[in-house]
Design a protein around this ligand. Structure first.
Ligand code: CMC
Length: 432
């Protein structure tokens, strides 16, 4: 909807450009700058895309200042309390909460697709045992584009739906296979009588030589973490999936690009980095030293799990996970967790510190999640993989939204060129 417009005037030439303002349903309006190159010969400059709305979207809304996160309009707190990851996946993909019958149909289809082609398993043998599981998952997901190339017409809605169900179903299987490869244990086939999270835990932890009983506390905790990680609007990995997908690339390849983008410590890789940092800090006595390092730009040390480009107040997901930490540890019979105590003290001290207050740096979703992952037996190198399993739903929802939009264009940012101006080639014998 266009309600008002700005006028941009080049004072030197008196040329003008009318910039319409477009409003969404909630949140800041955007200035549509599409005419300024034609009218004024300008591009806009926004490194890090901090102020650029690259797309319209109906999936997720964040008000970082108010600590609000909505999936298709529903507050994440309500979904965390009342919903399940499968229901949230349906909601994100299709826009509405499912009826019981729709949910059964959707979960059944996800269950149906959990196995991976046997030849995909051989890919893991190409990796050294200590390969990082994110590298393995990214590579194996990318290789799925080779398995499903001829049957993946991105303009065919049914084929897009099958892709969506396949990747959501198979990503835990691939993740678990990566983990088993790291351990040198045999791959465990999915069990389609189990729910999504119970099956993931079964594939991660069962061994063929003895029965394995899924811990319901662990499965519930995982389900909740997956709900909280499922989407976060145009974050770096989702934007990567959109950009790669905008070329018409095979969507498995686009999802693999998302996995790679998520791995970085500024993004999903922070959950692994937080636990390493807490261990490095070691005790409450060392907090002051590490906070001083975090404030000293020359140290290149950042308080991992703190700060967010968009969440400039307490991240609602961090609040839920912090509360959940205590409950899960008590229910698992391990109420005393020194790393949780240290994290709580670190948060308390940092939030009273002028540096963190003035920059609005609060704990983010990754600050406490690793403590729960650890408590349910997931090794540190797998934390970001777990994040990737959940975020696959968001990536797929955004890819679907983009591909089904008739106005879709290839993503192609511009630049402010600061390199050498035109110059003539110098023969190698004449160069100094
Ligand atoms: N520790 C210390 N200083 C920080 C931190 C931090 N964690 N985060 C930001 N700052 C400072 C930064 O140095 C800068 O200070 P100044 O204004 O004096 O130059 C100011 O705060 C703004 O930071 P920025 O780097 O310009 O902010 P950004 O929006 O580009 O970066 C961020 C956001 C998440 C990458 C950053 O806060 C960070 O590196 N945090 C630690 C890593 C982390 O926890 N990442 C997970 C993000 S949440 C989950 C997800 O998205 O996957």
């Amino acid at each position: 909807m266009t309600e008002k417009q700005f006028e941009l005037i080049d004072r030197a030439t008196e040329r003008k450009s009318e910039l319409p303002v477009r409003t969404g349903t909630i949140g800041p309006a955007v200035v549509d700058i599409s005419s300024i190159n034609k009218d004024l010969g300008l591009f806009t400059y926004d490194p890090g895309f901090g102020l650029t709305a690259a797309t319209e979207s109906r999936i997720t809304y964040i008000d970082g200042d108010a600590g609000v996160l909505l999936y298709r309009g529903y507050p994440v707190e309500q979904l965390a309390e009342k919903s399940s990851f499968m229901e949230v996946a349906y909601l994100l993909l299709l826009g509405e909460l499912p009826s019981r019958k729709q949910l059964e149909g959707f979960s059944g289809s996800i269950r149906y697709h959990t196995m991976i082609n046997e030849t995909l398993l051989r890919f893991f043998n190409g990796f050294h045992h200590n390969a990082h599981p994110m590298a393995m998952v990214s590579a194996v997901v990318a290789s799925m584009s080779a398995f499903y190339h001829d049957t993946m017409d991105i303009h065919n809605p049914r084929q897009r739906e099958i892709f969506a169900h396949r990747i959501i179903a198979k990503i835990p299987t691939i993740a678990a296979a990566a983990h088993k490869h790291s351990l040198g244990q045999p791959f465990i086939y999915p069990r389609n009588d189990l729910g999504y999270c119970s099956n993931a835990l079964h594939m991660l932890f069962a061994v063929p030589c003895e029965p394995y009983q899924v811990d319901s506390v662990a499965a519930e905790a995982l389900d909740l973490l997956f709900i909280l990680h499922a989407d976060h609007e145009q974050n770096a990995s989702t934007s990567t999936v959109r950009l790669a997908g905008s070329t018409g690339a095979n969507p498995y390849a686009a999802i693999s690009a998302g996995v790679s983008a998520l791995w970085g410590p500024a993004h999903g890789g922070a959950n692994e980095a937080v636990l390493s940092m807490l261990e490095q800090i070691g005790s409450v006595d060392n907090i002051a030293k590490y906070l001083a390092m975090a404030k000293d730009k020359s140290s290149h040390f950042r308080l991992m799990g703190f700060g967010h480009r968009v969440s400039t107040n307490f991240d609602p997901r961090a609040k839920i996970i912090r509360e959940m930490c205590h409950k899960v540890l008590v229910r698992l019979g391990r109420p005393d967790n020194p790393l949780l105590e240290l994290a709580l003290r670190l948060e308390e001290i940092a939030l009273k510190d002028e540096y963190f207050i003035s920059r609005k740096l609060y704990p983010n979703v990754d600050f406490y999640s690793g403590i729960i992952y650890s408590a349910i037996g997931i090794p540190r190198s797998m934390f970001t993989v777990m994040f990737a399993i959940a975020r696959t739903v968001g990536w797929v929802a955004h890819w679907q939204e983009m591909i089904s939009d008739p106005a879709m264009r290839i993503g192609r940012p511009r630049q402010l060129y600061t390199g050498p101006t035109r110059r003539d080639y110098i023969d190698i014998t004449k160069r100094v």
